[in-house]
Write a protein that binds this ligand. Structure first.
Ligand SMILES: *[C@@H]1O[C@H](CO)[C@@H](O)[C@H](O)[C@H]1NC(C)=O
Ligand SMILES: *[C@@H]1O[C@H](CO)[C@@H](O)[C@H](O)[C@H]1NC(C)=O
Ligand SMILES: *[C@@H]1O[C@H](CO)[C@@H](O)[C@H](O)[C@H]1NC(C)=O
Ligand SMILES: [Zn+2]
Length: 427
């Protein structure tokens, strides 16, 4: 009886967890031109739609629509002759499925020893920070843990410096990899943890990328947002900054619109928008941390990789569509990374596309990627990891734990190809 009750209780807790998304539907829409992009963008705040991905080439845009605005949204699409289909009629069903799969994976999950982390599921903030501390204390000659500052809510922002020469050989190039600037993009975390694991355990096919390059790895760039996705709202993207609005009806800044690179040009000044750019460039502590890393190490950092989700793309600047001056060489590096990933990716995901972010995707401003270019990093990229889908329909931001190892491994192949490119030019 007690077991039965506690089963019911835990079951209802799980169900209660994603209540706010009950009946929200995921639409796929075919956008034909920039006017339609503009039209959909203008619906974001009034209809509280959440644009997950934009369409590019033959792909469709994916948009989450709240239950209460389903009819109105469909009306607008119909009136403007925009083709669409409802891909998932109730997203909560898939959120509960993700929880179930993660819980199951957690049961079988044993830490394989101190200073190791699994690639069998998504680990939360506490678990990742414990891992980073263990790595630093287990490999003191190789790894330095840096508490780079506090988030808006006062959490530490931690990154690792990995170097065979304690960062003291200033002739070495630096490669800087970051994930989870956008909180809900959970699948971007395993690749940076995998990079750490590969480098510190020395399980490398090319040892020279460790000997000749210094690494900065920042796995959780937005700790408040990331924690929030675990405890409250799985689809939270921004940081958790308050004070932008009376009664904080809407909170949070899109950190990847808050950098001082063409700030404010292609983003939103409305705090209720998912692409709200903040009060001014670097108004947010989390983007300041990344800025300060780039300011401190910018003249040695030769490549920056900002890992996002989703769409199987490797993108470079500028975000407004103007090509960076060394675009040809940047494109070459991008192609090498894409080819390396494509060689080991699953057959059911498309090949990576490489290109300027505005030409491939859409115009954007205030990007970390562009600020790295401003800070003199010659090779700066955004990765958009694959838009995977499992047989139950789990897709985009939701993660099937069974695929974590694969995405960590294949993304690492891209990072490694980038590091080799840097090695060959600068050492
Ligand atoms: C994070 O994971 C640990 C270990 O599994 C667990 O004890 C803790 O409650 C989790 N924290 C959150 C916020 O879910
Ligand atoms: C070394 O890496 C390979 C994949 O490249 C992996 O299969 C293997 O488990 C790793 N070994 C250790 C000890 O982590
Ligand atoms: C890089 O910056 C550091 C600190 O400002 C300075 O000491 C160093 O000389 C610079 N290196 C190059 C190659 O400009
Ligand atoms: Zn993102």
């Amino acid at each position: 009886m007690f077991l039965y009750l506690s089963f019911l209780l835990s079951f209802s807790l799980v169900l209660a967890k994603h209540e706010m998304y009950d009946g929200h539907s995921l639409f796929e829409i075919k956008i034909q031109d920039v006017n339609q992009i503009e039209l959909v963008r203008n619906l974001e705040v009034p209809l509280q739609i959440d644009i997950w991905t934009y369409s590019q080439m033959d792909k469709k845009a994916v948009i989450l629509v709240p239950k209460k605005n389903l009819e109105q949204f469909q009306d607008v699409l119909n009136r403007n002759d925009i083709q669409y289909n409802v891909d998932v009629d109730n997203i909560k069903r898939l959120m509960d499925e993700e929880d179930r799969l993660m819980d199951e994976a957690k049961k079988g999950s044993e830490r394989s020893g101190t200073a190791r982390i699994g690639f069998d599921r998504i680990y939360n903030l506490t678990e990742v920070y414990t891992y980073l501390e263990e790595v630093a204390s287990s490999y003191p000659d190789l790894v330095t843990l840096v508490n780079a500052g506090k988030s808006f809510e006062g959490r530490d922002i931690k990154y690792l410096k990995i170097s065979t020469t304690n960062f003291e050989d200033t002739s070495k190039p630096i490669v800087f990899v970051e994930s989870l600037l956008h909180a809900r993009e959970w699948v971007t975390l395993p690749p940076t943890l995998y990079a750490i694991d590969k480098l510190v355990t020395g399980n490398l096919t090319e040892r020279s990328v460790l000997d000749k390059i210094d690494w900065i790895i920042l796995p959780i760039a937005n700790p408040d947002g990331y924690e929030f996705t675990h405890v409250q709202n799985r689809f939270w993207r921004k940081n958790r900054a308050t004070g932008y609005m009376i009664n904080d009806i809407c909170v949070g800044v899109d950190l990847n619109r808050n950098f001082d690179a063409n700030w404010g040009a292609f983003s939103s000044s409305n705090v209720c928008s998912e692409i709200f750019h903040g009060r001014y460039a670097f108004s947010e502590p989390e983007s300041k941390v990344v800025r300060d890393i780039l300011r401190t190490y910018g003249n040695r950092t030769k490549m920056f990789m900002d890992i996002h989700s989703a769409g199987s793309m490797i993108l470079y600047g500028w975000g407004n569509g103007v090509l960076v001056p060394n675009a040809l060489s940047v494109h070459t590096a991008g192609i090498q990374m894409a080819v390396a990933i494509n060689a080991v990716k699953t057959s059911w995901n498309p090949n990576y596309i490489v290109g300027n972010s505005a030409l491939v995707l859409y115009q954007a401003s205030g990007l970390a990627m562009d600020y790295a270019t401003v800070a003199d990093v010659p090779y700066s990229f955004v990765y958009e990891l694959p838009q995977h889908r499992n047989s139950a329909g789990i897709t985009i931001f939701l993660v099937d734990p069974a695929l974590v190892q694969q995405f960590a491994m294949e993304t690492w192949e891209g990072i490694l190809a980038g590091a080799k490119f840097v090695r060959d030019i600068y050492t």
